[in-house]
Design a protein around this ligand. Structure first.
Ligand code: SAM
Length: 293
């Protein structure tokens, strides 16, 4: 296999198909074999695995996945890339299916049922940076049968995923990632490993789904509404953030009472709370007022 991780081969393919990079699709193709090997290694892919790849591009990472996994399903939004994948870079592999679709519209549960008998799959991707958060949140929150997600993301996003209470990077993404998974940064990747070069540094991060969440809460859905409310209005107090949320309709006095009753200061801000405190507050509000909708 003439690896596309060698920039000469990537350039040859791009020229052959007269391909133009689309900025709107976040296209930065990998051109570094060490990084590609690192992703495969970090994801722990074996010949038992069904792997979902988001955004195969010209198939650089996909070739490695096909060599290492049992089966690969690759979802690519840009129709200009489909003939390159089908007729050229992936034509020698019989264990890959290429779907021309927006990943946010794909029924992943159905793919897992049909192609893996419902057993959890692995997700691997060099993600398009403009939709990293919606993709990761959907994979985590929809409780899809996914046992790990190994992805290239902007360094700053990787730091947000790992951040703890009271830090500037801490937010709704940190809490969702840490509630559903254990996050591990496997590599720092500089801009010169991509074509074209992005303006920011990148990281490979692996999110391994937890068998049990780290805190018990009666309604995770309500807890995440509180979390979103708290971080949507970061500079407001927690009481104001929750009272002003369009997703919730708890009376302001009740919110104030709940905050004090669970042992927090009346003027606390959401960014000071950990998962455990949000869980306590959610249970208190649920017990005393229902779901607040
Ligand atoms: N995997 C390739 C690599 O590592 O060289 C390409 C990675 S590039 C950062 C992101 C890829 O995701 C592009 O091929 C882009 O067209 C595709 N993409 C962007 N938005 C998408 C979406 N909503 N659904 C599926 N693919 C998408």
């Amino acid at each position: 296999m003439a690896t596309l991780g060698d920039p000469k081969n990537t350039i040859a393919i791009l020229n052959k198909y007269d391909f133009t990079f689309q900025k709107k699709f976040g296209q930065n193709f990998l051109i570094d074999t060490h990084v590609l090997e690192k992703i495969i290694h970090s994801a722990g892919i074996t010949k038992d695995d069904l792997v979902l790849e988001i955004g195969p591009g010209i198939g650089t990472l996909t070739q490695y996945l096909c060599e290492n996994a049992r089966q690969v399903v690759a979802v690519e939004i840009d129709k200009a890339l489909i003939p390159i994948l089908r007729e050229d870079t992936l034509k020698d592999y019989d264990n890959v299916e290429i779907i021309n679709e927006d990943i946010l519209k794909v029924d992943i549960k159905k793919i897992v049922e049909e192609k893996n008998g419902g057993r959890p799959i692995k997700v691997v991707a060099n993600l398009p940076y403009y939709i990293t958060t919606p993709i990761v949140m959907a994979l985590l929150e929809k409780q899809l049968p996914v046992d790990s997600i190994t992805v290239m993301v902007q360094k700053e996003v990787a730091e947000r995923m790992q951040a703890g209470p009271g830090t500037k990077d801490y937010g709704a993404l940190s809490m969702a990632v840490q509630y559903y998974s254990e996050a591990y940064i496997a590599a720092n990747v500089p801009p010169n490993c991509f074509m074209p070069r992005p303006n920011v540094g990148s990281c490979v991060i692996r999110l391994t789904r937890r068998p049990e969440p780290p805190v018990q809460v009666k309604s995770p859905e309500l807890m995440f509404k509180l979390i979103r409310a708290a971080f949507n209005q970061r500079r407001k107090t927690l009481q104001n953030g929750i009272s002003n949320s369009a997703e919730l309709s708890f009376p302001k006095e009740l919110v104030g009472q709940a905050i004090v009753d669970v042992g927090l200061s009346a003027t606390v801000r959401g960014e000071a709370l950990g998962l455990e405190e949000f869980a306590k507050l959610a249970d208190y509000l649920l017990d005393s007022w229902g779901r607040g909708q």
